[in-house]
Design a protein around this ligand. Structure first.
Ligand code: AP5
Length: 236
């Protein structure tokens, strides 16, 4: 199976498909730059595969919304576009993966984001005898990222993402204050998040390519087109 679904940019150097049949993969992670559509595609994919969506960003935002101690700690990092400290993030993911809905499978979104988190994940899953089976790498050129993020609006009740141009939210929900812009979707925080992606997260793509887990998918085009590419790339 090819690791890159056409049409799209070239796969990361060394990217190859793993020996494990991707259509059977139930322990996955999705990686890519901010605004590539990871959360959007993760929601579609986890619904189709009936596996748990484990998004560190969503978990942190739920804690912020709930006013928990973890949320209060995470908010100051998130609003600045910085990473929440590793030990806090790793503990949160470990707890989440223990929940019953993650037993049949999971898709990690937003984790790992640096080498320390990647090493912790490998150790965590090895300890459970449940190694990753595929890593979905969603690409998007930097030139398209800012418009994706600055146009994003989120329903605070459900976490559903909208986009002002490609997928506008219902006007009544905007007027009622249910649909808002994320605090980290402002220009300064976007710039910092992208810096961190390129310096700390992007090197993990090669790591997973070297492990023969990587499947690269072009994130350009309509949501449904990208979802179709994801389905093709995973052989589903
Ligand atoms: P997180 O929530 O994970 O944010 P992110 O990685 O910055 O990713 P985004 O949610 O911005 O982008 P996405 O790729 O999911 O795009 P989306 O589908 O929404 O993390 C937030 C913060 O939490 C971090 O900055 C950090 O502080 C903290 N954090 C999280 N994980 C951490 C970790 N492991 N360690 C430490 N700290 C951590 O799409 C974007 C927009 O585009 C939407 O409006 C959508 O509607 C639209 N869109 C999507 N696809 C398409 C398409 N095909 N065509 C047109 N529009 C589209």
């Amino acid at each position: 199976m090819s690791s890159t679904s056409a049409p799209g940019p070239p796969a990361a150097p060394g990217a190859q498909s793993a020996g494990v049949p991707k259509a059977a993969a139930r322990r996955l992670l999705i990686i890519g730059p901010q605004g590539a559509g990871k959360g959007t595609q993760a929601a579609i994919l986890t619904s189709r595969l009936a596996i748990a969506m484990v998004s560190t960003g969503d978990l942190f935002r739920a804690n912020v919304g709930g006013g928990t101690e973890l949320g209060q700690l995470a908010k100051k990092y998130m609003d600045a576009g910085e990473l929440v400290p590793d030990e806090v993030t790793i503990a949160m993911v470990s707890t989440r993966l223990d929940e019953p809905d993650a037993v049949p499978g999971f898709l990690l979104d937003g984790f790992p984001r640096n080498a320390a988190q990647a090493a912790a994940l490998t150790e965590l899953l090895a300890g459970r005898g449940q190694p990753l089976e595929a890593v979905l790498h969603l690409t998007l050129p930097d030139s398209r990222i800012v418009s994706r993020l600055s146009g994003r609006r989120v329903d605070t009740r459900t976490g559903r993402n909208y986009h002002l141009e490609s997928d506008p939210p219902p006007a009544a929900d905007v007027e009622a204050g249910f649909v808002v812009q994320r605090d980290d979707d402002r220009p300064a925080a976007i710039e910092r998040r992208l810096q961190i992606f390129h310096s700390q997260t992007e090197p993990l793509i090669q790591l997973y390519a070297d492990r023969d887990l990587l499947v690269t998918v072009d994130g350009r085009g309509a949501v449904s087109e990208v979802a179709e590419r994801v389905r093709d790339a995973l052989g589903g």
